[in-house]
Ligand binder design. Structure first.
Ligand code: GSH
Length: 215
C-alpha cells in the first residue's frame, strides 16, 4: 500500500513504523504543503499528511490509518484488545497528537521546517514553548512511565509510538530532554528509537532531516 507524506512528519512516521511492526509493506510517496500525487489529493480532503492508498481504498489521518492497519492484519496488535489497556493506548495517542504535537510544532516548525518551506520563522515562539510548555509535558511522561519501561501492557504499543513521534521531532531542534532531569523518559525514548522498526524509519528520514537542519 502507498503512504502519501513526508517521512519527517511525526504522523507519517507513526504510520510507517506501525506498518513495519505489523509486517505490512508500504511505499512512501512524497506529499505535503500543497504538493503530491493525485492519490494524495483524493485521499486527503484537507491537504494533510499522511494519507493512505490501498487499491481503491483511500483514507487520511494517522489514527484512522493505524486503525485500518491493525484490523487488516490480526496478530500482535499494536492497539491492545483488553479494555483498559486499549482505552489508555488511545489516550496516549491523543496526548501525542493533540497535546505534545502542538508544542512540538512550535519548536520544530519554527526552528527547522519554516526555513525549508520558506515560511516565516517565529524563533521567540519556539523558545517560549521550550521554556514554558515542554518541561511540564516531560514531567507528565516521567510520572506515568511504568517500571517495565513501556507505557501500556509492558510492551511496545501504539501508545509508545504516538508519544515518541512528536518527541523525535522536538529532539531534532531541542536538547532539553536530558538523562539528569528526566531519566525515565530519556531511557524510554532511547528504547523506542532502538526498535528495528523505528531505527529503520529514522534512517530512511535522515537524508531529508539533514537537508532541513543544514539549510
Ligand atoms: N490528525 C492528522 C494530523 C495530520 C497533520 O496535521 N499533518 C501535518 C504534517 S505533520 C500537515 O499535513 N501539515 C500541513 C498542513 O497543515 O498544510 C493525522 O493524525 O494524520
Amino acid at each position: 500500500m502507498i503512504i502519501h507524506g513526508a517521512r519527517p512528519s511525526p504522523f507519517v512516521r507513526k504510520v510507517v513504523v506501525f506498518a513495519a511492526e505489523k509486517g505490512i509493506d508500504v511505499e512512501v510517496r512524497l506529499a505535503g504543503f500543497g504538493r503530491g500525487e493525485d492519490g494524495w489529493a483524493k485521499a486527503s480532503p484537507f491537504g494533510k499528511i499522511p494519507a493512505l492508498e490501498d487499491g481503491d481504498f483511500l483514507l487520511c489521518d494517522s489514527s484512522a490509518i493505524v486503525t485500518y492497519m491493525d484490523a487488516i492484519k490480526p496478530g500482535e496488535e499494536m492497539i491492545p484488545a483488553e479494555p483498559r489497556a486499549r482505552a489508555r493506548t488511545i489516550w496516549y495517542e491523543e496526548f501525542g497528537d493533540t497535546v505534545l504535537q502542538p508544542t512540538g510544532m512550535k519548536i520544530f516548525f519554527n526552528r527547522v521546517v519554516a526555513r525549508t518551506v520558506k515560511r516565516p520563522q517565529d524563533l521567540a515562539a519556539a523558545d517560549k514553548a521550550e521554556a514554558e510548555e515542554l518541561p511540564g509535558l516531560y514531567d507528565y511522561i516521567e510520572s506515568v512511565l511504568p517500571d517495565s519501561g513501556w507505557l501500556v501492557e509492558d510492551r511496545f504499543t501504539l501508545a509508545d509510538l504516538s508519544v515518541a513521534c512528536p518527541i523525535i521531532n522536538i529532539s531534532y531542534a531541542s536538547d532539553l530532554l536530558t538523562a539528569d532531569r528526566w531519566p525515565g523518559t530519556f531511557d524510554w525514548l532511547a528504547r523506542v528509537k532502538a526498535r528495528p522498526s523505528v531505527a529503520a524509519a529514522l534512517e530512511a528520514e535522515s537524508v531529508m532531516i539533514k537537508g532541513m537542519i543544514e539549510k
